[in-house]
Design a protein around this ligand. Structure first.
Ligand SMILES: O=P(O)(O)OC[C@H]1O[C@H](O)[C@H](O)[C@@H](O)[C@@H]1O
Length: 545
């Protein structure tokens, strides 16, 4: 395609549009009766089993989607990503999160330099540091071992690590490694989140990890200053060197903040924040909690999917199929939402993480060349673990609207329970719902997708993660957008700066609210009036619970 042309102008897009009319006349119940169709809609790779037969699609649809992929130069785009080209053109950067989990001997170049040795230098440093903290050879300022970790970070510097932490919390092997330790995440600038994080913790035994790609994010930096104060007011300012470390691409600002650069763990601008869980962003806090060996397994699983995504033919390529089907659902069938439904409590934070990966990546209104899109890109992702969601929002999916669903099932439970006298084990009971719901939907009126996992427990999260990351990439490539920038978020940040300035000026110099629209002016004024009697408190006076 020429650089400013849009995918919707290509013949394959037009063919799919025309084909949509035929599909709308077809009932999924009838499609499900076609054994040959269903059989060819099942794909397996390395313990993952994808069944997309409950998608509102025929084999002809899939064939047309491959043609669309060709028109979007999908294969070439994937190759460009892996070879370190600056596909994030608006920020002039490579997109190489795959290098974060590449084997030590792999060669992945960015700007003519193999980045894999840099990746492994940091991983080795994390291994060394986390072992020292865990075995008590790195101690706090008063000589006590650091058994609790608070990771401060937001967005991509929070959601991925939280998702993996939640997944490992009940993994029998990981539980053993985490004995006597706690990992908490402080994301929100709301002081309530600070209070909750420090509740019950002693600064003497707490290590704070400040995680921020830019080291400028307002929320994270205020929370970092707040916990720096919490530590130094209790243990003296010199304690910061032993109790605070950082993960960032901006080591200059880390040092300026007062953290020894030797205690900083780097990553690089070719890692998007929302794709950074496999960098020190996730690896450091998770290694402190579970040990590096557990986290290394995570990296290996993700790497296996990376290789699959790069090399498998499209008809067997799980992320490509997931991505093309999503484009089909959004752009042709007109379904704007997608539910992510893991039948596993361990995956409770998967949907919130994918929300950022997907919605921040593909929620765009212009093509990568700045041309306004005449079609919608991105989808509204939401989800909850099954069966909880069944008692909440499923009714709307059953009878209200058509919402494509990802059902994610796990073959073996991390914590199997089989009560004497019960007909089935507790996990079987859960899985009964997993198998029943997609059919209830398919034979009712909706389209959805069934994704089953068949993989030992601690291998689950990274394969899912890498598959979903690449799905988002596939969608972005087909829609012709830049999935790797986030200018909308930047606008919100700069508006917050204006508000912050105004609040400061009004509070300290009684300046009237100016420069905002009528609504915001009214609200800001009322807020300032109603909160004027709240005294300023230094952070040390935050509640100690
Ligand atoms: O890691 P940081 O630089 O602190 O950024 C944290 C978050 O900030 C913004 O909201 C970006 O849109 C996110 O992509 C990013 O994950």
């Amino acid at each position: 395609m020429a650089s400013t042309s849009l995918i919707c102008d290509t013949q394959p897009w037009k063919d799919l549009k025309a084909h949509t009319e035929d599909i709308k006349k077809t009932h999924l119940r009838d499609l499900m009766n076609d054994k040959e169709r269903c059989e060819s809609m099942m794909v397996e790779f390395d313990g993952m089993f994808l069944d997309y037969s409950r998608q509102c699609a025929t084999l002809e649809t899939i064939d047309k989607l491959y043609k669309l992929a060709e028109a979007a130069s999908l294969k070439q785009q994937i190759n460009r990503m892996y070879s370190g080209e600056h596909i994030n053109s608006t920020e002039n950067r490579s997109v190489l999160h795959v290098a974060l989990r590449a084997p030590r001997d792999a060669v992945i170049n960015s700007d003519g330099k193999n980045v894999v040795p840099d990746v492994w230098n940091v991983l080795d440093k994390i291994k060394d540091f986390s072992e020292k903290v865990r075995n008590g050879s790195w101690v706090g300022a008063t000589g006590k071992p650091l058994k609790d970790v608070i990771a401060i970070g937001i967005g991509g510097s929070f959601l991925g690590p939280l998702f993996v932490h939640a997944a490992l919390q009940t993994d029998p092997e990981a539980v053993e490694f985490a004995k006597g330790r706690q990992l908490r995440f402080l994301a929100n600038v709301d002081p309530i989140d600070v209070a909750r994080n420090i509740a019950g913790l002693n600064p003497e035994t707490t290590l704070v990890v400040v995680v921020s790609k830019t080291f400028t994010t307002a929320e994270t930096m205020l929370n970092a200053r707040t916990l720096r104060e919490w530590i130094s007011s209790a243990l003296g300012p010199s304690a910061v060197a032993k109790h605070m470390v950082a993960v960032s691409t901006n080591l200059t600002l880390v040092e300026k903040f007062g953290i020894d650069p030797n205690n900083a763990f780097a990553f690089w601008d070719w890692v998007g924040g929302r794709y950074s869980v496999c960098s020190a962003v996730g690896v450091l806090p998770l290694s402190l909690q579970y040990g590096f060996s557990i986290v290394e397994k995570f990296l290996k699983g993700a790497s296996s999917i990376d290789e699959h995504f790069r090399s498998a033919p499209f008809e067997k390529n799980i992320p490509v199929l997931l991505g093309l089907l999503s484009v089909w659902n959004v752009s042709f069938l007109g379904y704007p939402a997608r539910a992510i439904l893991p039948y596993s409590q361990a995956l409770e934070k998967f949907a919130p993480h994918i929300q950022q990966v997907s919605m921040e990546s593909n929620g765009k209104g212009v093509s990568i060349d700045g041309v306004p899109l005449p079609y919608e890109a991105g989808e509204i992702d939401f989800g909850e673990p099954g069966t909880n969601g069944q008692h909440s929002f499923y009714q709307l999916i059953h009878q209200g609207r058509v919402i494509p669903c990802d059902f994610i099932g796990i073959v073996k439970s991390q914590q199997p329970v089989y009560l004497k006298g019960e007909v089935v084990s507790n996990h079987d009971e859960l899985m009964s719902n997993f198998f029943a719901q997609p059919d209830a939907l398919a034979y009712g009126k909706t389209a959805e997708q069934l994704l089953k996992e068949n993989v030992s427990q601690h291998l689950i999260p990274h394969k899912l993660l890498a598959s979903y990351e690449h799905r988002v990439t596939v969608e972005g490539f087909v829609w012709g957008i830049n999935s790797f920038d986030q200018w909308g978020v930047e606008l919100g940040k700069s508006l917050a700066t204006q508000v912050r300035k105004q609040l400061n000026a009004s509070r300290t110099k009684s300046e009237p609210v100016e420069g905002f629209n009528f609504s915001t002016t009214t609200l800001l004024t009322r807020y300032l009036q109603a909160s004027s009697d709240i005294p300023a408190e230094p952070p040390t006076l935050l509640p100690r619970i």
